[in-house]
Write a protein that binds this ligand. Structure first.
Ligand code: NHR
Ligand code: GAR
Length: 192
């Protein structure tokens, strides 16, 4: 069995898109894969209730309870390891991971970032894309390496930046594409 663990911090819409694709496309039968747990670093993440509504087990590892990034990452790694995952999926997960954590899950760790990487890594992506005068924005699924938002690219989607866009209207347009490409990129990793 290929276990999938999804890490979230917020609304969890990418998590839900992946879990729904897994059910709809019968990943259990096709790939021997299943989403086994959703873990949030924020107890207030609304994605936790969404995951429970989809029948998924949830856990919280609250980063504010740890005095260093290393201590938080060690607790998070232990929670993940309990599921012996084939894939660890960052879906709106908002804590930078230490090199030790990345090494431990090397080749099993993927992220979706809401820009056309290598443009606009890091935070506040949408406003920076608008301010740059770019005509296009998008989303990128990539492998996670120690260098933030710089791992090998697995898939991308492009959307236009329209006159009058705010960060919020652009983010919504990008997010609807994320929900298509993230399940597709994960399915293609499970195929291997
Ligand atoms: N960790 C590593 N090592 N490499 C990557 O590529 C990572 C990663 C952890 C998260 C997601 C990423 C994104 O897609 C991601 C990629 C958080 C921050 C950040 O600055 C930056 C990028 C991403 C996620 N976080 C602040 C921090 O101090 C906290 C911000 C907050 O809590 O709101 O960790 O954009
Ligand atoms: C998504 O747009 C995701 O790409 C982005 O946050 C949103 C999370 O939405 N991720 C980051 O910015 C990571 N730093 P979701 O919780 O509804 O999936």
């Amino acid at each position: 069995m290929k276990n999938i663990v999804i890490l979230i911090s917020g609304s969890g819409s990418n998590m839900a898109a992946i879990a729904q694709a897994a059910q709809r496309d019968r990943w259990h039968e096709v790939f021997g894969a299943r989403v086994v747990a959703v873990i949030s670093n924020r107890p207030a993440a609304t994605g936790l209730a969404l995951a429970q509504g989809l029948g998924l087990a949830t856990q919280v590892v609250d980063h504010t309870h740890f005095e260093s990034r290393e201590a938080f990452d060690a607790a998070l790694a232990a929670a993940i390891d309990a599921h012996a995952p084939a894939l660890v999926v960052l879906a709106g997960f908002m804590r930078i991971l230490t090199p030790g954590f990345v090494r431990r899950f090397e080749d099993r760790l993927v992220n979706i970032h809401p820009s056309l990487l290598p443009a606009f890594p890091g935070l506040n992506t949408h406003q920076r894309a608008i301010d740059s005068g770019s005509r296009f924005a998008g989303a990128t699924v990539h492998r996670v390496t120690a260098a933030l938002d710089h791992g090998p690219i697995l898939d991308q989607a492009v959307v236009p930046i329209l006159p009058g866009d705010s960060a919020a209207t652009l983010a919504a347009r990008v997010l609807s594409q994320e929900h298509l490409i993230y399940p597709r990129a994960i399915a293609s990793l499970l195929k291997k």
